[in-house]
Design a protein around this ligand. Structure first.
Ligand SMILES: [Zn+2]
Length: 327
């Protein structure tokens, strides 16, 4: 077992949990926790907008109710700005036994930041989370999966900040400049400094030479549950631990409606309309689809599964070449 241990947290202790005996294969369940209304306003260049909070709290409540119903725990990648805005929600997550990880602070693409800006952004999120939960987060996920060929330094920064794992790799054609050769299963990423990070890539399904990114996103709003379950079953050919990702705003049935700034202008109205049209269709179906998956998969947090993963994939390593290929 090569997993590094952190004080106050033992990643191997839960291997013998009763669920580990279940015949259902595991699926790692994660949520990127951000405020949809706030991100929409940021896309208009408004970085000071503070949402009322009612929508976010209802959306996160829907997720927590769902997880209680399913008897599942999940990993929540918290945006630092969101954690700061909703401290009691963070306490609630941690108090209910879910894993709290980092999604950075401000939701800027990693590939749009300098190394120094990235370090400051992630460090700030770690400080907020540590302040609220008493623990440094072990895991990180980049906003919009934006660790790319242009940002090989990001992994060294994450290692500097004490992270044990990253879950920012998603072999989706929508991610421009993404790394090449992303494996479907977890592995240890060896860094040039000699350190390493676990990487837990988001689930893909390979069909006839094509890679379908089925771990989350619009597929879960648009494809029937049986198709998604079939794709996840197929993903088990190349990993024992497919990673799923969702957002709280996908789990609440109410229509997403962002508050526009006082003078949005034509461009502002257009951007808001685009967000409405992109995020609302099919969103009411996501919870039913997660329930359907839970009938066939054991939904677990990264923390719960880390012992199994370390045991199974501990000898599997990759390094990142200078041209952004995992070899
Ligand atoms: Zn995000």
């Amino acid at each position: 077992m090569r997993m590094p241990q952190r004080s106050g947290r033992d990643y191997t202790r839960q291997v013998s949990a009763p669920e580990a005996q279940s015949e259902r294969p595991p699926a790692l369940l994660s949520f990127d926790v951000e405020d949809w209304g706030q991100l929409m306003r940021r896309s208009l260049g408004d970085r000071s907008f503070t949402p009322s909070g009612a929508d976010f709290e209802r959306q996160l409540g829907a997720v927590l109710d769902l997880l209680d119903e399913l008897g599942a725990r999940a990993t929540f990648f918290l945006l630092g700005a969101t954690a700061e805005r909703y401290p009691s929600a963070v306490a609630e997550l941690a108090g209910r036994g879910h894993e709290v990880a980092s999604h950075g602070y401000a939701h800027d693409r990693v590939s749009a930041q300098s190394e120094r800006e990235f370090r400051e952004d992630v460090e700030r999120s770690v400080e907020v989370i540590e302040e609220l939960t008493g623990q440094r987060p072990a895991g990180y996920r980049a906003p919009l999966f934006s660790i790319t060929r242009a940002t090989p330094w990001a992994y060294e920064v994450l290692a500097d900040l004490g992270f044990l794992y990253d879950s920012s790799q998603y072999d989706s054609p929508r991610i421009s400049g993404r790394l090449a050769g992303v494996p479907a299963a977890p592995y240890r990423l060896r860094l040039a400094s000699g350190r390493e990070l676990w990487e837990l890539p988001v689930a893909v399904c390979r069909i006839g030479g094509r890679t379908l990114p089925v771990g989350g996103g619009s597929y879960w709003r648009l494809l029937p549950g049986r198709v998604l379950v079939g794709a996840l079953r197929r993903s088990l050919r190349s990993t024992t631990h497919p990673v799923l990702y969702f957002h709280p705003y996908e789990c609440d049935p109410r229509l997403l409606r962002a508050a526009l700034p006082p003078s949005p202008g034509a461009k502002g109205r257009l951007v808001a309309l685009a967000w409405h049209l992109w995020f609302n269709p099919g969103r009411k179906q996501v919870v039913a689809r997660i329930r359907r998956v839970a009938q066939e998969f054991r939904l677990v947090s990264y923390e719960e599964a880390h012992g199994e993963i370390a045991e199974r994939y501990g000898s599997r390593t990759r390094a990142l070449s200078e041209d952004g290929v995992l070899v």
